[in-house]
Design a binder for this molecule. Structure first.
Ligand code: NAD
Length: 295
């Protein structure tokens, strides 16, 4: 029996509709600022889509474009200016940054209350404690996708392949919060295939097309493919996006599976909008009650 193919675009539309409703409750539109340094073509495509989606929702939107050789001090200066502006609720620094810039230092400079990518250590720490805060958009989107097919994850065995700060680690933390038994695999894991074969849920966030084959997947398991690798087309006419999973074979074994494109990607953007709204609401509430936001 063929797996259900999860429609990430349809789920994203639902999230965006909820965000649009939520934004009506505020006295001003949520504000999202994106900083991009350098000219990585894929990053520019992502930023364009993020800004467009925010504009469609009527958010205040700002894009700060810096040259590749701008240096860390300039990025930190822009972050500080945005931290100080009341009408900006969310600050996103598009990654990867140019190689001479220390990403962790930049993340640490973003006001945690405006950290819509959930990468500040305070938000990462809160996630591992299950005590609120802003959650990285891609794992947040993956969790919504998983819960659309398995509403209660208690006791399921979930395997996360990949352990980056932006996807793998927060994904594992979120699954743990939902009472799944979580195994995290990475480049040094000895037998990822063996581990995956016991999983009810596989989330692959690696960036290696074809890594996850049909024989890695337990029959009827839920397979979430985060991987997005740009592979040049044979005729030289541009690129196609490939996930980590051998979709054509995996779809014959899995119970539900996300496609690439049209799976996790649209949910990541929708969750960025949700996080911007969450940040705006948290900041408004804190201001009204004169309590600190996320300290
Ligand atoms: P990363 O390079 O920071 O991390 C990759 C992880 O994969 C590492 O933990 C590494 O140990 C692990 N890994 C590498 N080879 C492996 C192997 N053979 N077996 C098991 N683990 C292995 O990447 P990232 O930023 O976490 O992104 C991962 C992928 O997800 C990329 O393709 C990226 O483009 C994609 N991505 C997609 C979205 C989206 O919205 N769809 C968002 C973020 C990232």
């Amino acid at each position: 029996m063929q797996a259900d193919i999860i429609d990430g675009r349809a789920l994203a539309r639902q999230v965006l509709a909820e965000v649009a409703e939520g934004a009506k409750m505020l006295d001003r539109p949520p504000g999202l600022a994106v900083i991009i340094a350098g000219d990585d073509p894929a990053s520019h495509v992502y930023v364009r889509t993020k800004v467009k989606r925010a504009e469609e929702l009527g958010f205040l939107t700002e894009k700060i474009q810096l040259p590749a050789d701008c240096g860390e001090a300039r990025v930190l200066e822009e972050v500080a200016k945005l931290n100080a502006r009341d009408e900006i609720d969310g600050i996103l620094v598009q990654l990867p940054l140019p190689a001479d810039i220390n990403t962790l230092r930049v993340m640490a400079a973003v006001d945690p209350a405006k950290d819509v990518d959930g990468l500040h250590a305070l938000n990462a720490g809160r996630l591992t404690q299950g005590s609120g805060g802003l959650i990285p958009c891609t794992p947040l989107g993956c969790m919504k996708i998983i819960k659309s097919v398995i509403p209660d994850l208690t006791g399921s065995h979930a395997v996360v392949i990949g352990s980056s700060n932006i996807v793998g680690k927060p994904m594992a933390a979120l699954l743990l919060e939902e009472h799944a038994t979580v195994t995290q695999c990475h480049i040094h894991t000895r037998d990822t295939k063996f581990v995956c074969r016991g999983a009810d849920i596989i989330v692959s966030a690696v960036g290696k097309p074809g890594l996850v084959n049909a024989d890695w997947i337990k029959p009827r398991a839920v397979v979430i493919d985060v991987g997005t690798t740009r592979v040049p087309k044979a005729d030289g006419s541009g690129y196609t996006l490939k996930g980590d999973v051998d979709f054509d074979e995996a779809v014959k074994v899995a119970g539900a599976i996300t496609p690439v494109p049209g799976g996790v990607g649209p949910m990541t953007i929708a969750c960025l909008m949700e996080n911007t709204l969450t940040a705006a609401k948290m900041r408004k509430e804190a201001k009204e009650n004169e309590w600190p936001v996320l300290s």
